[in-house]
Write a protein that binds this ligand. Structure first.
Ligand SMILES: [Zn+2]
Length: 106
Protein backbone atom coordinates (compact mmCIF):
# COMPACT_ATOMS: atom_id res chain seq x y z
CA UNK A 1 0.00 0.00 0.00
CA UNK A 2 1.68 3.21 -1.08
CA UNK A 3 -1.16 5.43 0.12
CA UNK A 4 -2.26 5.66 3.72
CA UNK A 5 -4.35 7.64 6.18
CA UNK A 6 -3.74 11.41 6.21
CA UNK A 7 -1.93 11.39 2.87
CA UNK A 8 -2.81 14.19 0.51
CA UNK A 9 -3.76 12.73 -2.83
CA UNK A 10 -4.97 13.92 -6.20
CA UNK A 11 -7.82 12.06 -7.88
CA UNK A 12 -7.17 10.91 -11.44
CA UNK A 13 -10.53 9.69 -12.68
CA UNK A 14 -14.26 10.12 -12.29
CA UNK A 15 -16.33 13.12 -11.31
CA UNK A 16 -13.80 14.15 -8.66
CA UNK A 17 -10.91 14.20 -11.13
CA UNK A 18 -8.17 16.72 -10.22
CA UNK A 19 -9.53 17.11 -6.70
CA UNK A 20 -6.88 17.25 -3.98
CA UNK A 21 -8.00 15.77 -0.68
CA UNK A 22 -6.99 13.83 2.39
CA UNK A 23 -7.12 10.07 2.75
CA UNK A 24 -9.50 9.18 5.58
CA UNK A 25 -8.92 5.45 5.57
CA UNK A 26 -6.96 2.84 3.69
CA UNK A 27 -8.14 -0.71 3.08
CA UNK A 28 -4.95 -2.59 2.14
CA UNK A 29 -6.69 -5.94 1.60
CA UNK A 30 -8.73 -4.47 -1.23
CA UNK A 31 -6.16 -1.89 -2.39
CA UNK A 32 -8.77 0.78 -1.83
CA UNK A 33 -8.87 4.10 -0.02
CA UNK A 34 -11.56 6.43 1.25
CA UNK A 35 -10.83 10.06 0.44
CA UNK A 36 -12.48 13.06 2.09
CA UNK A 37 -15.25 14.48 -0.15
CA UNK A 38 -14.45 12.11 -3.02
CA UNK A 39 -16.86 9.59 -4.54
CA UNK A 40 -19.63 10.73 -2.23
CA UNK A 41 -22.75 8.62 -2.46
CA UNK A 42 -26.18 9.25 -1.01
CA UNK A 43 -27.76 6.58 1.08
CA UNK A 44 -31.43 6.69 1.88
CA UNK A 45 -32.12 5.93 5.48
CA UNK A 46 -35.30 4.46 6.77
CA UNK A 47 -37.02 6.40 9.50
CA UNK A 48 -35.93 5.35 12.96
CA UNK A 49 -37.05 6.39 16.41
CA UNK A 50 -34.26 8.93 16.73
CA UNK A 51 -34.74 10.14 13.17
CA UNK A 52 -38.46 9.70 12.39
CA UNK A 53 -38.25 11.51 9.04
CA UNK A 54 -35.60 9.23 7.62
CA UNK A 55 -33.54 10.96 4.98
CA UNK A 56 -30.49 10.96 2.84
CA UNK A 57 -27.05 10.45 4.31
CA UNK A 58 -24.02 11.37 2.27
CA UNK A 59 -20.98 9.23 2.68
CA UNK A 60 -17.70 8.67 0.89
CA UNK A 61 -17.37 5.37 -0.93
CA UNK A 62 -13.95 3.84 -1.42
CA UNK A 63 -11.92 4.20 -4.61
CA UNK A 64 -9.16 1.97 -5.96
CA UNK A 65 -5.68 3.28 -5.18
CA UNK A 66 -4.82 3.27 -8.88
CA UNK A 67 -7.28 6.16 -9.25
CA UNK A 68 -5.26 8.45 -6.99
CA UNK A 69 -1.68 9.65 -6.75
CA UNK A 70 0.19 11.10 -3.81
CA UNK A 71 0.23 14.89 -4.15
CA UNK A 72 3.65 16.56 -3.99
CA UNK A 73 3.59 20.17 -2.74
CA UNK A 74 6.87 20.94 -4.45
CA UNK A 75 5.92 19.57 -7.87
CA UNK A 76 2.30 20.75 -7.40
CA UNK A 77 0.97 17.59 -8.93
CA UNK A 78 0.38 13.92 -8.33
CA UNK A 79 3.62 11.96 -8.35
CA UNK A 80 4.91 8.44 -8.17
CA UNK A 81 7.06 7.62 -5.21
CA UNK A 82 10.01 5.41 -4.51
CA UNK A 83 11.10 4.02 -1.20
CA UNK A 84 14.28 4.96 0.55
CA UNK A 85 15.72 4.05 3.93
CA UNK A 86 16.06 7.10 6.13
CA UNK A 87 19.58 7.29 7.50
CA UNK A 88 18.57 8.58 10.94
CA UNK A 89 15.52 6.52 11.75
CA UNK A 90 16.33 3.48 9.55
CA UNK A 91 12.68 3.54 8.51
CA UNK A 92 11.38 3.26 4.98
CA UNK A 93 10.17 6.60 3.74
CA UNK A 94 8.47 7.57 0.50
CA UNK A 95 10.28 9.96 -1.77
CA UNK A 96 8.91 11.90 -4.74
CA UNK A 97 10.37 10.32 -7.86
CA UNK A 98 10.60 13.74 -9.52
CA UNK A 99 11.96 16.21 -6.94
CA UNK A 100 13.11 13.93 -4.15
CA UNK A 101 10.71 15.38 -1.56
CA UNK A 102 10.53 13.09 1.47
CA UNK A 103 6.93 12.44 2.46
CA UNK A 104 7.13 10.56 5.70
CA UNK A 105 9.51 12.85 7.55
CA UNK A 106 7.65 14.77 10.20
ZN1 LIG B 1 7.94 16.33 -6.06
Amino acid sequence: MHLKKDDKVIILTGKDRQKIAKVLKSIPKKSRIIVEGVNVISRHQKPTQSNPEGGVVKKEASIHISNALLYCETCQKGVRTKLKIDEKSAKKIRVCSKCGYEFDKK
